[in-house]
Design a protein around this ligand. Structure first.
Ligand SMILES: CC(C)(COP(=O)(O)OP(=O)(O)OC[C@H]1O[C@@H](n2cnc3c(N)ncnc32)[C@H](O)[C@@H]1OP(=O)(O)O)[C@@H](O)C(=O)NCCC(=O)NCCS
Length: 216
């Protein structure tokens, strides 16, 4: 599903304040520290809590391998001014339906600054630009209003509620399902350029960085 461009670890996305890049082994301690917090893990399907030290390097390796094979596109979220400093992760994953599914998390010190919305909108723009998909899916636990708000700010519409298996949480939990159709995204982008404020401070660029650095 993911094109050649994203399958090399020089791939990165730049936004106004962020650099989204492949993860690398040097990110292990930041992932352990930030994803290791219960407040982060408990809202996700796959982040264990407590986070076993020995799990983090195999995780990074698996994310890099999946990126290289085009099975998913998982990126570290870093401040643009400090691209070595992982503050969260974001990823798009294949589904049997052919519609990619996105997930994301940020370390708690970085909450409430609009970073997740900025990263999600960059990933959405990238997916609709580079991949021929009709829509993008996401879901949140019903107890996660911050994530719901990130999705709403990015144009997603709630499709319903369901019980989802969250393996790292050990069972089925009530979740809300969201979808962003390509036609809605196109409309939001064109309204943005005519003055409607879709993402006022966001100017994504898809770039290949030379020789560098680099999640979930
Ligand atoms: C969800 C998460 C990524 C949001 O990151 P963030 O960078 O703080 O998000 P943003 O700042 O871009 O936007 C958050 C929005 O939620 C709102 N919000 C935050 N807490 C809220 C609450 N308890 N109730 C209602 N709205 C809330 C914020 O006000 C903001 O909306 P606004 O811009 O309209 O004011 C972050 O909280 C996180 O990593 N949580 C744990 C992991 C997780 O939930 N991942 C998503 C799994 S679906």
């Amino acid at each position: 599903m993911f094109p050649e461009l994203t399958r090399d670890d020089v791939f990165r996305l730049e936004t106004r304040r962020l650099w989204l890049r492949w993860t690398r082994m040097a990110d292990a301690s930041a992932i352990l520290r930030l994803a290791g917090e219960k407040a982060v893990a408990e809202m996700t399907a796959a982040i264990p809590h407590p986070y076993p030290v020995e799990a983090v390097e195999p995780f990074i390796f698996a994310m890099r391998k999946g990126n290289a094979l085009g099975e998913h596109l998982v990126l570290a979220i870093t401040p643009r001014a400090k691209p070595n400093e992982l503050i969260g992760m974001i990823g798009a994953h294949k589904q049997a339906t052919g519609i990619p599914f996105i997930g994301y998390w940020l370390g708690t010190p970085h909450w409430g600054k609009g970073f997740a919305t900025e990263a999600v909108q960059a990933l959405i723009d990238t997916l609709f630009t580079l991949v021929d998909v009709p829509a993008i899916d996401a879901d949140t636990r019903v107890i996660n209003p911050a994530s719901r708000r990130v999705l709403e700010k990015s144009g997603f519409r709630q499709e319903g509620s369901f019980l989802k298996s969250l393996p790292a949480r050990g069972g089925l939990f009530p979740c809300e399902q969201f979808r962003l159709d390509r036609s809605t995204w196109s409309a939001l982008k064109s309204w943005g350029s005519s003055g409607w404020a879709h993402a006022p401070d966001f100017a994504p660029e898809v770039e290949a960085a030379s020789g560098e650095p680099c999640p979930a």
